[in-house]
Ligand binder design. Structure first.
Ligand code: HEC
Ligand code: HEC
Length: 449
């Protein structure tokens, strides 16, 4: 008995790692600019082939129809950018312009008018649709430009450190289809990263419902979004996009092809011309559908199979201290450090994995400062889906301009934390009140992910 107690004592004295260890098969130890571009390890020869084809399509620069090379034609008539990676550079996140003179390069602006469609989606504007497209093919007038300006405010943290936070203001110019109505609702969103999508897709719905129903400390709640699936023609739980407004990687991809680049597919046959945009409807198309189902299969598999960067330096005392503080400050209630995937027949390697995504995929009310006041299915104007934090420490390595939060307003991870409000108000206050050493450890931990 005595011996047993000593052994147990010794075991608990063994230093534990900072957090969950994910298996090597779904992670990559690469920490370079290519960290978000690696495949999970066990891919069948067939899936390897699809992965490479999908990679080609995600990197493809599409061209306007009519064109000699029909295979890569179909961009427009209206579009934001000509390639997925124009916004998701190296599969990473985008960023906001630094001021109103700069154009939006890796983000877009959603639009809607009050009310919702029959499926519960935001109601598109009759001329501008549900997204502002800044470019048009020859003969098709681009919709206009969106600019972001900022006002800065300084806050002081315990220990005296001063941090400047920039609050964005959106403006529109060169509006080609008439002024926007006073009750227009807008939402500026940067591109999130697209690695680890398969593991997030493999988390069972039941897990999300259980997380939703779990009692949580303080004012933290959290709920699933219910969204319309164009693929399944019914309402399902949403998990992708800044408001969990899309349910699958396949649909997100088909919708990006249609809305961001004007490429139609069987899922979105109509492309992105709004009801009243005559010149858009009359522009030449390269043949319907511009994206074939097998091309969508390839792009889907590529994103499902992108590995997640493995956390680094998890045994360092400073990082372990940060991991402890992350839990103590209740960050981990929303940014869940450990979840389990279910069965995922499409890619068995993703099945039954213990993962460290640092998200619950639930919507949380983040308070008035982060609100866009534009409901998206069940998500209110102040609710956002907890973003995954895995791999976030490499974001600047992959894209030096990278921004944080839905509209890229935060230039650093500390700024992102200091914008937290609503359900996360307490967590933010805890960080503000931390000693400088503790705050540094917390940031070191997040940067180690
Ligand atoms: C104009 C910039 C832009 C382009 C081009 C673009 N995206 Fe995105 N992407 C975004 C934005 C912004 C979001 C967030 C959308 C939202 O919140 O509704 C997003 C979200 C996503 C997501 C969900 C990620 C997550 O964590 O929830 C995936 C997957 C994705 N895009 C894939 C693609 C693919 C594949 C393409 C090319 C077919 C593409 N995107 C083209 C800007 C872009
Ligand atoms: C109530 C749930 C909740 C809590 C608690 C919470 N967060 Fe968040 N966090 C979110 C949501 C939701 C967002 C996205 C908000 C947005 O984009 O406007 C976010 C965004 C972030 C981001 C930026 C991620 C990105 O992809 O841009 C970081 C970093 C972050 N949180 C860290 C923390 C830390 C550290 C704590 C604890 C001090 C914490 N969060 C507590 C819900 C939460």
């Amino acid at each position: 008995m005595r011996f047993l107690l000593i052994v147990i004592g010794m075991l608990s004295a063994v230093p534990t790692r900072a957090d969950t260890v994910m298996t090597a098969q779904v992670t990559t130890s690469l920490a370079s600019r290519e960290a978000y571009s690696q495949a999970i390890a066990p891919l069948s020869p067939q899936d390897k082939q699809l992965f490479l084809q999908g990679r080609g399509l995600v990197r493809q620069s599409w061209i306007i129809s009519p064109a000699a090379d029909r295979e890569i034609a179909g961009l427009g008539p209206l579009y934001n950018r000509n390639a997925c990676i124009a916004c998701h550079a190296k599969n990473g996140r985008g960023f906001a312009p630094d001021g109103s003179e700069e154009s939006m390069r890796a983000m877009l602006v959603r639009l809607s008018v009050p009310g919702h469609t029959l499926t519960g989606a935001p109601m598109p504007h009759p001329y501008y649709g549900d997204q502002l497209q800044e470019f048009g093919a020859p003969g098709v007038i681009a919709e206009g430009r969106a600019q972001i300006g900022y006002t800065e405010q300084t806050i002081t943290l315990n220990g005296g450190e001063k941090v400047s936070l920039r609050k964005p203001h959106l403006n529109f110019s060169q509006l080609a289809y008439g002024p926007l109505p006073d009750d227009i609702m807008t939402s500026a969103r940067i591109a999130p990263a697209i690695y680890g999508m398969g593991l997030l897709a493999a988390i069972p719905d039941q897990t999300l419902l259980a997380l939703q129903d779990q009692a949580k400390p303080g004012s933290i709640r959290g709920r699933v979004n219910m969204v319309w699936s164009a693929e399944q023609q019914r309402h399902v739980i949403g998990r992708f996009g800044w408001k969990a407004n899309v349910d699958s990687v396949r649909e997100q991809t088909a919708s990006a092809l249609a809305n961001d680049m004007g490429l139609n597919s069987a899922m979105f046959p109509a492309g992105n011309c709004a009801d009243q945009q005559t010149s858009c409807h009359m522009a030449p198309v390269s043949g319907a559908p511009e994206i074939r189902p097998e091309q969508l299969d390839q792009m889907e598999l590529y994103q499902l199979a992108l590995a997640v960067p493995a956390p680094r330096l998890q045994d360092y005392p400073h990082i372990r201290q940060g991991a402890r503080l992350f839990r103590q400050a209740q960050c981990a209630v929303c940014h869940q450090p450990q979840l389990r995937t279910g069965d995922f027949p499409r890619l068995p390697a993703l099945s039954r994995q213990t993962i460290a995504p640092y998200t619950d995929l639930l919507l949380h009310d983040m308070g008035p400062d982060l609100a866009d006041h534009r409901p998206d299915f069940a998500a209110s104007g102040s609710e956002w889906r907890t973003p995954a934090l895995w791999g976030i420490g490499l974001a600047k390595q992959v894209e030096p301009n990278t921004g944080f939060l839905h509209d890229g307003r935060a230039r650093t991870i500390l700024e992102a934390i200091l914008w937290h409000g609503g359900e996360a108000e307490e967590a933010k206050k805890t960080v503000q009140a931390m000693s400088p050493d503790d705050r540094e450890a917390l940031l070191a931990f997040i940067n180690s992910l």
